[in-house]
Design a protein around this ligand. Sequence first.
Ligand SMILES: O=C(O)[C@@H](CO)OP(=O)(O)O
Length: 238
Amino acid sequence: MPHLILVRHGQSEWNLEKRFTGWVDVDLTGQGKLEACKSGEYIKELKLNIDYFYSSFQLRAVNTLKFIQDTLRSNTKPIRAWQLNERHYGALTGLNKNEMSEKLGEDKIHEFRRSWEIKPDPLSRNNPYHPINIDAYKTIPKNKIPDTESLKDTYERVIEYYNSDIHNKLLDNKNILISAHGNSIRALCKFLFKLDNKKISLLEIPTGNPLLINLNSKQEIIECKYLDKDRAKNLLIF
Ligand SMILES: O=C(O)[C@@H](CO)OP(=O)(O)O
């Protein structure tokens, strides 16, 4: 019976500052590092052998995975996939979420954040926050780098990657851990739990709280739970 563990990175510097982050490569805060170590402890208690460790290209997910692997004393080389990156927030990138709610109204900002197809205006390629100007993304083909994304766009790249690289390993009974982001994990959950557009708009993913998904050999989900139960009340809507 294969296991899939999804972890959203620990609190980032811009989570703390409540800024739209997307592909900007910010690191973890002190609290985020603690959340990552705690995630490692919870995963260790499962006494599972994890065959593959994945992260996005982004520092906050890469470092969360490092803390987890250190806690597990695992030397397995992680696989980094840019397709697991956070949703690109376009022209909202870097702006403060509260200030933007005051300016454009809470409903509008909620629509940008949680609707399925609506996307912010594109971010100019001259903007220093644009991924083409960020070193960590140098190896990604330029024509694959978005200027803005809806959750639907994020879903398309995440699920294409999942189907081509991860699905077969689960079929082969391998245990997999993915360290990624709020919206790339929401995309995966929409696919795995067959959530409709209404349900996915209600799904929030907590930082540093591993979601354990147990599958059967046909890849049907038989159980799913957050490992930090105290921080998971009212969270699951699957
Ligand atoms: O800013 C972001 O990149 C994401 C995740 O932190 O935010 P939101 O929850 O608004 O989608």
